[in-house]
Design a protein around this ligand. Structure first.
Ligand SMILES: Cc1cc2nc3c(=O)[nH]c(=O)nc-3n(C[C@H](O)[C@H](O)[C@H](O)COP(=O)(O)O)c2cc1C
Length: 198
């Protein structure tokens, strides 16, 4: 589930929340999954991966990850991302574009402190996306961390990312194929609303 705090009053955020509620009511599984596409300028490569969207705080979308992972390196090299949600239960796609940044150390420490020790042991013990000899080694590292590490202290290489979209497209599939596409683009601080052909 995504936690909404003090949600922004503008139309795209309210529309997103309405669609979210509809998808929850329709029994959507994995509703917090969001695809994040990044561009690493140094190696001239685009990549995508799902993460779990944990919060929408006013206009900020927040997820957590490893600050040394390939995605983190890509965000450092180019801070613009594309984000994508698809809720199959209501046949809605939401496309977003945004600039991304890290959340504060204070925010990360507080969030980490409240998580389970199992989740934290994995976050501490994993050099995310680095090669390792075997899956057993992954489990050994995890178990060692569970036993030995301070599981309430967020390591400096782990924390949140926040992005505030400047572009939303809500794509609503219809059986007739007359799909509805509504765009909201923030220009000079004002949301410009438009309709795209399917
Ligand atoms: C549904 C789903 C949710 C995921 N949530 C997260 C997440 O919140 N944070 C994270 O670091 N990785 C998450 N992952 C794993 C990422 O997709 C990815 O494998 C990992 O972050 C490494 O990505 P990178 O090598 O591009 O940095 C999730 C995977 C799936 C399928």
């Amino acid at each position: 589930m995504i936690k909404f705090n003090n949600l922004n009053q503008s139309i795209p955020y309210q529309l997103l929340k309405n669609k979210y509620d509809e998808a929850v009511d329709a029994g959507q599984k994995g509703i917090e999954a969001i695809s994040i596409s990044s561009y690493n300028k140094e190696i001239d490569e685009v990549d995508s991966r799902y993460v779990n969207l944990k919060f929408i705080n006013n206009d900020e979308f927040i997820f957590f990850s490893n600050y040394k992972s390939p995605k983190a390196i890509a965000f450092n090299s180019h801070n613009q991302i594309a984000a994508l949600i698809y809720w199959s239960s209501i046949n809605i796609q939401i496309r977003m574009k945004a600039k991304i940044k890290k959340t504060s150390n204070e925010f990360n420490q507080k969030y980490f402190f409240d998580r389970s020790k199992e989740k934290n042991a994995l976050a501490i013990s994993s050099n995310q996306s680095k090669e390792i000899d075997s899956y057993n080694q992954v489990k050994d590292n995890y178990n060692k961390s569970l036993k030995n590490d301070d599981l309430k202290k967020c390591p400096e290489y782990w924390g949140g990312y926040s992005f505030t979209p400047y572009y939303f497209e809500f794509w609503e599939g219809h059986e007739s194929r007359i799909n509805k596409r509504e765009v909201f683009e923030k220009i000079d601080g004002v949301w410009k609303q438009s309709i795209l052909q399917p």
